[in-house]
Each structure stands twice: as structure tokens, then as C-alpha cells.
Design a protein. Structure first.
Lengths: 154, 183
């Protein structure tokens, strides 16, 4: 059995990823709006942090949260615009196949399927990333999987 | 991109206000070196001579939501400053004893009642809690004291005037006893 990666104290997680998260948010939202989004990102992460079961893929997780916070901030300002931009996840060779398979899924379902099945994150942590309830995260993952199966049999 | 200091501050305050933090800590400068000082909702839970290791231990003991929030330890920092300046003989701080139970708790409770500037031996502490043969075990319990200085395990010494061990190293034990004018 492989030892599970220990979940670091939140302080270390925050120190390690704060600059990258801030940079991403500044690029997407501009300096001013990035500040609120930064706080929201790490508060979401902190809310779900105790639910984590291992310390792997925390970077991918927090970047997904940041992207979704940015999408929410964007929607608030232009509620009629449908966002085309998919939730892009860091590329990892081991998950290349899943990544390819999930390419056509709607962004939220894709993120949910990925965080659940590639990264093995609990639904509480996925909900934080998607800014939704745990139930909605579960739903998104299962709808995504069903859609993938249908595609496979088509 | 380095985040602005105000933004960092704002996040820490927001996390605290939202009640999302299991343990808040900060470093405190002192004549015996930089100390890590940590609090839970219940009170002071940890003073550590090796801050970096202690951050990881806090996550194991009290929960992974460990965050540095300086203002949460302001009062403790002030009392420690007064103590090291020789202006305070007793600490008046709520303590979080939740992880300290049984024999260790009895030993530390007894130790907390040794007055400023006085010492007791391991054997005396063991006798006073009704376990006269447990002086070695009492020494081990003191070695595991999570709140040194405030729970003054430095005031417990071996018989015959030998100082004995100390979690922060024997030189710190000497320093604290000299500060208190014990001897």
C-alpha cells in the first residue's frame, strides 16, 4: 500500500499557492477584482479543507476553485453572456485518457468528473471548487459519467 | 505574482471572523528564542521552542485548518513580554487542556501551582499527586508539556540540586530559573 500524502497545515498550503492563484486571478479579472476573488478562493478552500482525505493534487484543486470564482465574478457583471471558456485543468500524463474522454463534457461536469475520478477528491472539496452544494457536485459528476457512457456506446 | 500584504492580512482576518480556523498561531520573540504561540477557541494550546515542527504537530493534534493570525495571540504575547521583562509572576490566560488527560494532566496541574521563583523535585510532584513511585513517569509527562513557560515545567528539577532535562534544552531551563531568581 502506498502511504497517503499527508494533508499539510492550511498555512503551508496557503503560502505555497497564494502567488500562483493571485496571478491567475489578476490575468482573468484585472488587479482590482482579483483581490476579492483571491479572498473568496481561499475561503472556499478553507471551508472544505477538513473534508480532504489526502494531500494530493491540492494545486489542481485550488486552481480549479480560483477559475470558478473568476467565472462567477465574470457572470455577476455580465449576466447575459454565456461563458464559452471551459474549466481547464492542469494536464497530467496519467490522466491523459480521461482528459481526452471528458473533452466534450460541459465545463462543470468535466471538472466534477475529473476532481472525483482522476484526483479522488471528496464531494465537499469538489463542491468548494465548483461553488455549489455537495449534492450538486455529486449530481454533476454522475451526470458527466452517464454522458461519457452514452458516448462510449454510441 | 506576490500578493500585497494588505490582501494577505484581509484573508487571515476574514478566515478568523468566519470561524474557519482550528488553531491560530504566531511567532513571539523572546530572550529564549523565537517561540510559536498557538490558540484554539478554548485558549492557549501550545508554546513551542521549534516553531516549524510545531506547525505540523498542531495540524495533527487540533485539525488541519492551522493559520497564522497574529492578533489572536496578542494577549499571550503581551503577558510573555511582561514575564521576560520581570514584571509578571503569574499568567492569567485561558488554557486549552483538551488533549491533556489522566496522569499527565495531574502532573501538569500540580506543576502549575509551583510559585514563581520556587522549584520542586520530580519526586515531590509525584508524591503530591498520590503516586510516590512515579517520579520518572512524572519527568516524562513534564517532557511532553505542550505549554512550557506558562505551565512552568522548568521549575521541576531532580533531587540533589541537579536541574535535569528540559523540552527546550537544559540551557533554557537555567535561563528561566535565573530570570525568576530561583536558587
Amino acid at each position: 500500500m502506498m502511504e497517503a500524502v499527508v494533508i499539510p497545515p492550511f498555512e503551508r498550503f496557503y503560502a505555497q499557492h497564494q502567488d500562483e492563484v493571485f496571478g491567475l486571478l489578476v490575468r482573468r479579472l484585472g488587479r482590482q477584482r482579483a483581490e476579492d476573488a483571491f479572498q473568496e478562493t481561499f475561503l472556499r478552500a478553507l471551508r472544505a479543507y477538513s473534508a480532504l482525505r489526502h494531500g494530493e493534487h491540492l494545486r489542481a484543486w485550488v486552481l480549479t476553485i480560483a477559475r470558478n470564482v473568476a467565472v462567477d465574478a465574470f457572470r455577476r457583471e455580465q449576466p447575459t453572456v454565456e461563458l464559452e471558456e471551459p474549466v481547464d485543468l492542469p494536464r497530467r500524463p496519467a490522466y491523459a485518457e480521461l482528459e481526452h474522454l471528458t473533452d466534450d463534457l460541459p465545463p462543470t461536469e468535466r471538472a466534477a468528473v475529473f476532481l472525483r475520478y482522476a484526483y479522488d477528491l471528496p464531494y465537499a472539496a469538489i463542491a468548494a471548487a465548483l461553488g455549489s452544494s455537495e449534492e450538486a457536485a455529486r449530481q454533476a459528476a454522475s451526470t458527466g459519467v452517464r454522458r461519457l457512457r452514452k458516448k462510449e456506446h454510441a | 505574482m506576490t500578493i500585497p500584504a494588505e490582501l494577505d492580512q484581509r484573508f487571515r482576518d476574514a478566515a478568523d471572523r468566519a470561524g474557519l480556523v482550528d488553531v491560530a498561531y504566531d511567532l513571539a520573540e523572546s530572550p529564549v528564542g523565537d517561540l510559536l504561540v498557538a490558540v484554539t477557541e478554548r485558549g492557549l494550546c501550545r508554546i513551542a521552542y521549534r516553531p516549524d515542527e510545531a506547525v505540523d504537530e498542531l495540524a495533527v493534534d487540533f485539525g488541519v485548518r492551522v493559520l497564522r493570525i497574529p492578533r489572536r495571540v496578542d494577549r499571550i504575547r503581551r503577558e510573555l513580554d511582561e514575564y521576560f521583562a520581570g514584571r509578571r509572576r503569574e499568567f492569567n490566560l485561558p488554557l486549552d487542556w483538551s488533549l491533556i488527560q489522566g496522569f499527565t494532566r495531574m502532573v501538569l496541574d500540580r506543576t502549575a501551582r509551583i510559585p514563581y521563583g520556587k522549584v520542586a523535585t520530580y519526586g515531590e510532584v509525584a508524591r503530591d499527586i498520590g503516586k510516590p513511585r512515579a517520579s520518572r513517569a512524572a519527568g516524562n509527562a513534564l517532557g511532553a508539556n505542550p505549554i512550557p513557560i506558562v505551565v512552568p515545567c522548568h521549575r521541576v528539577i531532580r533531587s540533589g540540586g541537579v536541574l535535569g532535562n528540559y523540552g527546550g534544552g537544559p540551557e533554557r531551563k537555567v535561563q528561566l530559573l535565573e530570570l525568576e531568581g530561583a536558587g
